[in-house]
Design a protein around this ligand. Sequence first.
Ligand code: KG4
Ligand code: ZN
Length: 467
Amino acid sequence: MPGRGLILGIETSCDETAAAIVQRGEHTLSSVVASQIATHARYGGVVPELASREHLRAIVPVVRAALAEAHLALADLDAIAVTSGPGLAGALLVGITYAKALAFAQSLPLIAVNHLEGHIHAVLLHERESEPRLAAKGTGFSPYFEAPKDGGALAPESNPAEPALALVASGGHTHLYLARPAHGSWTYSLVGRTVDDAAGEAYDKVAKLLGLGYPGGPWVDALARYGDPHAVPFSFAQIKPKAHLAGKTARTKAARTAPIARLDPRFMFSFSGIKTAVLRYVELHDMRGEAQARAARLYPAKPLGAPGPDSETRETTHPHQPTPSAPPSAPFVLEGREGISVNPSPPRPPQTREQALALCPQPTLDLIASFQHAVVGDLMKKTFAAAESLGARRILVTGGVAANRELRARFIAEAAARGVQVSFPTPSLSTDNAAMIAAAAWPRLLAKEFAPPGLTADPSLALGVGD
Ligand code: KG4
Ligand code: ZN
């Protein structure tokens, strides 16, 4: 029996150390995230080795903070859930090793969760948590046309038994899944994905190119509203059938386990082209110097020798690059539902938006707005086409990019026009967190699907492939 259904979730797949306690997959008792932004920002991307080191520093205080925020002790828990992949191997191992040790010491079952499934459960968790609130608004309330203030957007009569089309758009993934409810749990089929960069990766690279901060999504989001979205006509070419494979046999494990050749090219994404188009535009219009000056003004304290906007980003997708000489650890920030903050926050768009705005001439704001308009348009076009083609009347949008305001507004408007439902997590549940991991583990606890004692990290763990 799952007792009170109290699951501690642990998430360390990339650059956030997170722990949360969720009851019965529907009630978040605590959710704490230690951000590593301050550590990676100076490199303009996540440095895998530094991420592992920061997880090691943060994991114990973060789990303690999650227990404290929920007013619980380890002995009160019914299970421990941990992200087992996909993600950075060393980063995942910190969470897995700690979760295993806790489970062993407390004689608790350990549940392995796929990070991508976790992102999908962030939407479902938010839906379950908002239902009482929405119901309390009375029969006159139509969430279809009125987005809740926290950014979540629900739609008319939701039928939880229907299949849903899920878009997971983050820094590492831009994947479309058909999710089908099955005996209290879900099954997934991959129906589309990016053939190169993820949407969030494009945001991060373009922001870096323009001398803005890391991660780039929130910066572009904050500045795009001041520009003309039609100033630069970016376009996306239709992916040709099998063009992405060019007749070659898949070489990497990820490519073998996600055979993109059999996916419908109409639902495939490609974001490396728009990144190059922005780069060309910047060069053609002599905007390089302006971007460098902006970076120097926004990050005056950048350590000597640290890569600037012109340096190569250390991408999470290239984990084998040599480790840079490790900088001293930045203070990490704990953010909890009750605003736990043990260290001052690093500068973030809300604090520095005015400063960034003052440093962006109108043509730069127009470029930012046009980039975002094109990316959101492409995500929308393919997601709605897939939903229509597969007969899904529910769309779930999740992952860090789902925090984007223009994306939410346009998905809501399009869903209303088409008479389908669209749901998002809250912005803080959209980016990496552990509440989504604890929520995804609940059906597994009920089904007694526990992790094997030899559980280890699977950096290229796939979802919905081969069912
Ligand atoms: O889901 P997430 O926290 O981590 C991964 O699993 O990758 O997503 C992080 C990504 C980053 O690329 C970041 O730039 C992007 O999500 N992101 C956004 C916004 N907030 C975060 N992109 C667009 N608009 C935002 N508001
Ligand atoms: Zn993620």
